[in-house]
Design a protein around this ligand. Structure first.
Ligand code: TXA
Ligand code: MG
Length: 327
C-alpha cells in the first residue's frame, strides 16, 4: 500500500456529483450510495484505476466487478442481451438487479474489471445520486461494495469511512442505502441462473421470465457467487504457464516483470512486460490483456518471471497459480 490518501467526504448535492465525476475521470476512487449498499467506484475503462480499486479493497484475488451504467441504452454496447436478459432489463432496470451477460467484442470495460472472463456483470442502479454521478461521468463505473475484503457491505457513509478512510479519494454521503442488501445477480448465458440472491426477490424474476430459475449455491463468504460449469470460474489461457521462470526456452513466450530481463529473453516467441518499472498496480492492470496476447502467440508455454508477493502481487500470483494449475 502506498501513502495514505486524504479521503474527502462531501454531502449529496450538485457539487458532490461534479467532484465525483472529476475524481473518476482522474482515475481515482469514489464511494457513493446505491439503493442496495454503498459502492466503491472507479472508471471501468481504466485498467490502472481498477487495479487501484482492488488494492484499496485489499482483495486477496481479482473477483470480477459489476459495471454500473446510467440506463439500458448505456448497457447495450457492453454486452449481448438475449430475449430473457432484455425482458429482465426492461422489467427491473433501474433497480437492484445485476445481469451477467456475454461481454461484447468492442466492450470498453478493462480486462482486469472482468478478471479476463468472456462475461460481464452489468447493473443500472435505481438510486438518484448514483445515477446523477453516472450521468455526469458518462462512462461505465465498476463498483464493488465499498468495504474491505472480508468485511460486511456498508450501508452508510460512516461505515465506508471506517473501512476505507485513507485508502480512497472521496466519499459521497447520501444517507443510508435504502435496501441494505446487495443486488440479485442473474446470469443470462443460456438458461437464466440465479448466482446471488439479493434485494430483488426471486419470485419477481420468475414471474417475468414465466419459469423457475436454476440456482447455484454460493461458494463462501462475501456473497461470492460460485460459477457453474457454463461460467468459467477463472480465466485461463490455453497455452501452459511456467511460473517463476528464470529463463526462456526456445519456442516459449515471456511474461516479464520489472526492469531486468533474463538474457534468454531474446529467444522468446513473443515477450510482454507487466510493468517494466516493477509497479504492481500497473502489472495488475496489464495481467489479463497480456496473458490473452501471449496466448495467441502460438508458443509452447508462457514463461512467467517471478512476481513479488506484496500488495497486489498476492492477487496477481493467485490468478497465475490458478491459471497454471488448470493444465
Ligand atoms: O448491490 C450491488 O450489487 C453492489 C452495489 C455497490 O452495486 N455491488 C456489489 O458488488 O455487490 P461486489 O463486487 O461486492 O459483488 C459482485 C459479485 C461478485 O461476487 C462477483 O464475483 C460477481 O458479482 N460477478 C461479477 N462479474 C461476474 C461474472 N462475469 N460472472 C460471475 N459473477 C460475477
Ligand atoms: Mg461485496
Amino acid at each position: 500500500m502506498t501513502a495514505p490518501l486524504a479521503t474527502r467526504v462531501l454531502p449529496a448535492g450538485a457539487e458532490a456529483v461534479k467532484q465525483a465525476a472529476r475524481v473518476l475521470a482522474a482515475g481515482g476512487l469514489v464511494a457513493f450510495p446505491t439503493e442496495t449498499v454503498y459502492g466503491l467506484g472507479a472508471d471501468a475503462t481504466d485498467g490502472l484505476a481498477v487495479a487501484r480499486l482492488y488494492e484499496a479493497k485489499g482483495r486477496p484475488a481479482f473477483n470480477p466487478l459489476i459495471a454500473h451504467v446510467v440506463d439500458r441504452e448505456a448497457a447495450l454496447p457492453l454486452a449481448s442481451f438475449d430475449a430473457d436478459a432484455a425482458r429482465l432489463a426492461q422489467a427491473f432496470w433501474p433497480g437492484p438487479l445485476t445481469l451477467v451477460l456475454p461481454k461484447s467484442a468492442g466492450c470498453a470495460v478493462a480486462e482486469l474489471a472482468t478478471a479476463g472472463l468472456d462475461s460481464i456483470a452489468v447493473r443500472v442502479p435505481g438510486h438518484a445520486l448514483a445515477r446523477d454521478i453516472l450521468a455526469a461521468f458518462g462512462k461505465p463505473v465498476v463498483a464493488p461494495s465499498a468495504n474491505r475484503s472480508g468485511h460486511v457491505s456498508p450501508t452508510t457513509a460512516a461505515h465506508v469511512a471506517a473501512d476505507l478512510g485513507g485508502r480512497i479519494d472521496l466519499i459521497i454521503d447520501g444517507g443510508a442505502a435504502p435496501l441494505g442488501v446487495e443486488s440479485t445477480i442473474i446470469a443470462c448465458l443460456g438458461a437464466p441462473v440465479l448466482l446471488r440472491p439479493g434485494a430483488l426477490p426471486r419470485a419477481a424474476i420468475e414471474r417475468v421470465l414465466a419459469r423457475k430459475l436454476a440456482e447455484v449455491a454460493p461458494a463462501r463468504g462475501d456473497n461470492a457467487p460460485r460459477a457453474p460449469g457454463l461460467l468459467a470460474a477463472h480465466y485461463a489461457p490455453r497455452t501452459p504457464l511456467r511460473l517463476n521462470a528464470a529463463r526462456v526456452a526456445p519456442g516459449e513466450a515471456l511474461l516479464a516483470f520489472g526492469p531486468t530481463l533474463p538474457a534468454s529473453a531474446a529467444d522468446a516467441k513473443r515477450a510482454l512486460n507487466l510493468s517494466p518499472r516493477g509497479d504492481l498496480v500497473e502489472a495488475a492492470a496489464n495481467l489479463f490483456s497480456h496473458l490473452r496476447a501471449l496466448d495467441a502467440a502460438g508458443a509452447s508455454a508462457i514463461a512467467v518471471m517471478p512476481i513479488p508477493h506484496d500488495g497486489l502481487g498476492e492477487a496477481i500470483n493467485d490468478r497465475l497459480t490458478r491459471a497454471a494449475a488448470r493444465r
